[in-house]
Ligand binder design. Structure first.
Ligand code: GLP
Length: 235
């Protein structure tokens, strides 16, 4: 693999390194950023907020959104992004899938068009405990672009911590596909904590397999993996 794996002491160091790379990319002309939700990038977003970087001429495109949640819903990824980044760092435009779209097929196509007309310079990724990226669960074919996903039980469980109970977690999401994600020029995948160690080992050292979606990143030629000691503990 040609993945660049960087071990850092902790999440804060990782977030600072992420900011350094982002700053370099912006200096080199990057205009469009693929963003992720989840707890993983939160400190990175704090670093961006506290930086003097200007995003008013930049575009963001998020990986995914729950089906059925409106952007004003506190559990939606749109709301999450507003809270953790967009309210403090205004962009020219912020794209996320519309989880309330009446016609999900049309929404999926529209999102692919957005990605095609705004090629992503730098994509930020977290990783699920089962190796999912975005909401591309194990078994998702690598050639799929934006699609509607049925969430697995393990993802519903893992994400239920943001909801009152497991029943509240939407069962579906709209997610960029693996093929959409691989189109990004550069990718940064971050992971913190022991719970991610197995997925990280599989992603870096395992075979490239649809049963561990993140392993496909071995086939991309510009991937930077930033992990703390715990996430790196099985390497
Ligand atoms: C969610 C998101 C992913 C995220 C993953 C890990 O399911 N769709 O984009 O990477 O979970 O979440 P966390 O960063 O909270 O560990």
């Amino acid at each position: 693999t040609i993945m660049k794996v960087i071990k850092v002491a902790n999440q804060l160091e990782g977030a600072k390194l992420g900011l350094e790379i982002l700053t370099e990319k912006i200096a080199a002309g990057a205009k469009t950023f693929g963003l992720a939700t989840g707890s993983t990038p939160v400190e990175f977003y704090n670093q961006i907020i506290n930086s003097d970087l200007d995003f008013t001429d930049k575009t963001s495109i998020n990986l995914d959104e729950y089906v059925g949640l409106d952007g004003s819903d506190e559990q939606s990824y749109r709301y999450f992004m507003s809270q953790h980044l967009f309210n403090e760092k205004p962009f020219k435009e912020n794209f996320l899938p519309n989880g309330k779209a009446k016609d999900l097929d049309a929404e999926v196509k529209a999102y692919d068009d957005i990605i095609a007309t705004h090629p992503i310079d730098l994509q930020i990724l977290g990783i699920g405990q089962n190796g999912h990226i975005g909401f591309n669960e194990p078994g998702t074919p690598f050639d799929v672009t934006t699609h509607v996903v049925d969430l697995t039980e393990s993802t519903i469980k893992a994400n239920s911590r943001y909801f009152e109970n497991e029943d509240e977690v939407p069962r579906q999401a709209v997610s960029m596909g693996i093929a959409s994600i691989l189109k990004s020029k550069t990718l940064i995948l971050m992971a913190w904590g022991e719970a991610k160690a197995e997925a990280i080992k599989g992603m870096i050292e395992g075979e490239v397999t649809e049963s561990l979606p993140a392993s496909v990143l071995q086939q991309h030629d510009d991937v930077i993996v930033i992990i703390d000691e715990a996430a790196a503990s099985l390497l």
